[in-house]
Design a protein around this ligand. Structure first.
Ligand SMILES: *Cc1c(COP(=O)(O)O)cnc(C)c1O
Length: 416
C-alpha cells in the first residue's frame, strides 16, 4: 500500500460522510480472530465487527461458499428465487424450532428486519381492532432499546440523542421500563405489538429481568398483541444458543416474530424476519412489503455457510464455555465493578472515579494501542462480542493485558 494509514484516514475524512465520527484504523486483512491494519499492526478482535463476524475472518468454508456462489449467480431480484434462499429459510426455521406454518422474510440489515416487523405490527393492528373499534396503532418498546437507525426502527429505538434530530418519527410507539410492573400497566387491548431485545446489546449488555419475557408472552396473548423479539445482536449463537429468547421463554412457547441480522451472514450483509405460525405469516400479503436485494443467492449462500460452520464446529458450546471462562477471569480484576455475560456477549462495568468519567472510551483507545479491539457502550462500560471461534487462551491474553491497559487509560485521562 502506497499511502500510510494516517493519509488514508485523512482521505476518508475528506470524502466520506462524517456520521461515524473518525474511524480509528484502516483495516486491510483478517484471519480467524485477528485483523491487520494498514501499517501492518495485528489486533486480537474482541468485537467481531460488532457481533457480526461470528465465524471469524476468512473462514475457509465461508470463503469457498461465497466465491463459488459469486461465480455462479449473485443477484436475481425477488421476481425470482434461488435454491440458496429457500435452503437458508429451511435452516432458519429448523434451528429456531419454529412451529408449523412459520415463514421467513429476508432483508439486508437489522434495521430493515425491524422495519418489516414494524409493518407486520401495523397490519396486525388493522386486523385486530382495539376496544374503540379502530385499528390498533400502539407499539410498546423498552427504555434503552436499540432497534436501528432508519425512520421506523428509530421510532422503536429509545435513545433521545438518536431520535430528536429526526422527528417526527412514525407514531404510536411508547417506551416503557423493562419491568413486569410496567408491562402489566401498559399492555392492553390498544397495543398491536411489544418489541424487545432479549439481551440489550447497545445499552451495555442487559438481559431482560427474570420472568419478563414469559410474562410478556402471557400478556400479549391475553390482549391480542404481537410479541416481537429483536435478536439482531443476541441471535445466531451469540449467547450460546441459536436464540437468546429460548433461555427466557418456557419450553414450547415462541414469540410471534423474530428479527435477525448481524451474525447471520458471517460478515455478509443480510437480515431476516421469521414470522411464527400461519396466522402471523399471512399478515403481510403480496405487494405490501419488499426489497431489491433481500435474500439474494450470494447473501443466502454466505449465511448458510455461516450457520453450517457454527453447527459443525460446535460454536454454541464454545460461546458458552469460553464466555464463562472469560467472565470469571474478568470478575477477578479489581478494576472491574460488574460483568454481564451471555455466551460471548459481555458487558464490563469498570471502576470509575465518578459516573461521568469517560474511562471506557479511554480504555478502548489504550486497548487498541496494546493490540486489542473492543468497544465502549457508555462512559464506564466496555462491550465484548468476539468471533464465536475464539479460544480461552486467546481471551486470557486480553485479561492479562487489561490491568495495564486500564492503567494506561487512566494516565491518558489524567494528562488530557
Ligand atoms: C445492530 C442492531 C440493530 C440494527 O442493525 P443494522 O444492521 O445496523 O441496521 C437492530 N437491533 C439490534 C438489537 C441491534 O443490535
Amino acid at each position: 500500500m502506497s499511502e500510510s494509514q494516517n493519509e488514508l484516514l485523512q482521505d476518508y475524512k475528506d470524502n466520506l460522510l462524517g456520521v461515524f465520527g473518525d474511524p480509528a484504523l484502516v483495516l486491510t486483512e483478517g484471519q480467524g480472530v485477528y485483523v491487520t491494519d494498514a501499517n501492518g499492526k495485528k489486533y486480537l478482535d474482541l468485537l467481531g465487527g460488532i457481533a457480526v463476524n461470528s465465524i471469524g475472518y476468512a473462514h475457509p468454508d465461508w470463503v469457498a461458499a461465497v466465491s463459488e456462489q459469486a461465480g455462479k449467480l449473485a443477484h436475481i431480484s425477488n421476481l425470482f428465487t434461488s435454491p440458496q434462499g429457500i435452503s437458508l429459510a429451511h435452516q432458519l426455521l429448523e434451528l429456531t424450532d419454529a412451529p408449523e406454518g412459520s415463514h421467513v422474510f429476508f432483508a439486508n440489515s437489522g434495521s430493515e428486519a425491524n422495519e418489516a416487523a414494524f409493518k407486520l405490527a401495523r397490519r396486525h393492528g388493522a386486523a385486530h381492532l382495539g376496544p374503540d373499534g379502530a385499528p390498533r396503532t400502539r407499539v410498546l418498546a423498552l427504555e434503552n432499546a436499540f432497534h436501528g437507525r432508519t425512520m421506523g426502527s428509530l421510532a422503536l429505538t429509545a435513545k433521545d440523542a438518536y431520535r430528536a434530530p429526526f422527528e417526527p418519527l412514525p407514531g404510536g410507539v411508547t417506551h416503557i421500563p423493562a419491568t413486569i410492573e410496567a408491562l402489566e400497566k401498559e399492555l392492553d387491548g390498544t397495543v398491536s405489538a411489544l418489541i424487545v431485545e432479549p439481551v440489550q446489546g447497545e445499552s451495555g449488555v442487559h438481559a431482560l429481568p427474570e420472568g419478563f419475557l414469559a410474562r410478556a408472552r402471557e400478556l400479549t396473548r391475553e390482549h391480542g398483541a404481537l410479541l416481537i423479539v429483536d435478536e439482531v445482536q443476541s441471535g445466531i449463537g451469540r449467547t450460546g444458543q441459536w436464540l437468546a429468547t429460548t433461555a427466557q421463554l418456557p419450553e414450547g412457547e415462541f414469540p410471534d416474530a423474530i428479527t435477525l441480522a448481524k451474525g447471520l451472514g458471517g460478515g455478509f450483509p443480510i437480515g431476516a424476519m421469521i414470522t411464527v405460525g400461519s396466522d402471523v405469516s399471512s399478515l403481510l400479503t403480496a405487494g405490501q412489503h419488499g426489497t431489491t436485494f433481500g435474500g439474494n443467492p450470494l447473501a443466502t449462500a454466505a449465511a448458510s455457510a455461516t450457520l453450517d460452520v457454527i453447527k459443525n464446529e460446535g460454536l454454541l458450546g464454545n460461546a458458552d464455555v469460553v464466555g464463562a471462562h472469560l467472565a470469571a477471569a474478568l470478575k477477578d480484576l479489581t478494576e472491574v465493578r460488574e460483568v454481564r455475560q451471555h455466551g460471548l456477549l459481555i458487558g464490563i462495568d469498570l471502576v470509575q472515579d465518578s459516573p461521568e468519567q469517560a474511562l471506557a472510551p479511554a480504555v478502548v483507545t489504550a486497548a487498541r494501542e496494546a493490540g486489542f479491539i473492543i468497544n465502549a457502550t457508555g462512559p464506564g462500560t466496555v462491550r465484548l462480542a468476539p468471533p464465536l471461534i475464539i479460544t480461552a487462551q486467546e481471551t486470557d491474553s486480553f485479561v492479562a493485558a487489561l490491568p495495564g491497559i486500564i492503567s494506561d487509560a487512566r494516565t491518558a485521562l489524567a494528562g488530557s
